[in-house]
Design a protein around this ligand. Structure first.
Ligand code: C2E
Ligand code: CA
Ligand code: CA
Length: 279
């Protein structure tokens, strides 16, 4: 075991250094991404399970560094959180999404919901509420159309501090949605505490819905519980007709996933929203 430890030492050391260097490079690039206009937003349709009408859009950020391949948010959002860059980046995302929404409304788009992912680090900021309220007022978006997607880890990380902040935003008309429900420290207590309006069943549970009896039991239980608590439920990562049919028959409210559409650039989303199939 000792010689193995040594070889590990020799083998992993340069690899780790390389990883750190890559991260540092990426951090420097991300710092400039806003000024260089390299961030953009995609919008994924959210569909009413019963009528198949378009009911909302989830805002998903994209990063296209100049002359480089696209970087996935799963990669750069954690980095942005680590470095604090999530604060300016998150603010840019929210402002841009609200502006886009107001533009769409002016063009006659139906008043769908606009769901925006909010990192726990953003909520932690002392002036989080003021900044978000300012953006709502400056862009003129109808606050009741805005949904903040929060994650369950928030409850653990923020303690009680996040609750009054979210409550204030709710009083301003915003809605709260619990993202990735079922994966983290999910509990009914957390849903009540945060006064969430809706929850999103994590993709993990949807993936094996058609052939895994246990997953089906979990999903059905979440749907029954949500109904009794009068919470809306959205299933994410729905890719097949089987998954959609099961969710619809079990009373799931809204569907998001490749089965209906992948996340779309703004112009394509507007076309999707105006298309014949959906109202
Ligand atoms: P998330 O909030 O759970 O977002 C859903 C992810 O699932 C998105 O990945 C979306 O493209 C993907 N997805 C949607 N439908 C399907 C499907 O049918 N099948 C499969 N396999 N995947 C599907 P994306 O855009 O790569 O984002 C990854 C994560 O990065 C997000 O997970 C979220 O945690 C984070 N993220 C993305 N945009 C933002 C943002 O604007 N702010 C913050 N704070 N985080 C963001
Ligand atoms: Ca989300
Ligand atoms: Ca999610």
């Amino acid at each position: 075991a000792k010689s193995r430890g040594l070889s590990q030492y020799c083998f992993y050391q340069p690899e780790m250094a390389e990883k750190t260097a890559k991260k540092t490079r990426m951090e420097q690039m991300l710092r400039q991404a806003l000024e260089k206009n390299e961030l953009l937003l995609h919008y994924q349709p959210q569909i009413c399970a019963q009528t198949q009408a378009l009911v909302g859009a989830e805002v998903l950020v994209r990063w296209q560094p100049e002359g480089q391949p696209m970087v996935s948010p799963a990669q750069f959002i954690p980095l942005a959180e680590e470095t604090g860059l999530i604060i300016p980046v998150g603010e840019w995302i929210f402002r841009r999404a609200c502006e886009q929404y107001v533009e769409w409304r002016a063009q006659g788009m139906h008043d769908i919901l606009l769901s925006v992912n909010v990192s726990p680090h953003q909520i932690q900021e002392a002036d989080f509420v003021e900044r978000f309220v300012a953006i709502i007022e400056e862009t003129g978006i109808d606050a009741s159309r805005v949904v903040l997607e929060i994650t369950e880890s928030l409850a653990i990380q923020e303690g009680e501090d996040a609750i009054p902040k979210l409550k204030t935003l709710k009083q301003r008309g915003l809605q709260i949605s619990m993202d990735d429900f079922g994966t983290g420290y999910s509990s009914l207590g957390v849903l009540k505490l945060y006064q969430v309006d809706s929850l999103k069943i994590a993709r993990e549970f949807i993936r094996d819905l058609s052939d895994d009896h246990e997953q089906r039991t979990i999903v059905n239980a979440i749907l029954a519980m949500a109904a009794s608590m009068k919470l809306k439920v959205i299933a994410e990562g729905v890719e097949t007709k089987e998954q959609y049919d099961h969710l619809r028959l079990q009373g799931c409210d809204w569907i998001q996933g490749f089965y209906f559409s992948k996340p779309l650039p703004a112009e394509e989303f507007a076309r999707f929203a105006g298309g014949g199939r959906l109202t």
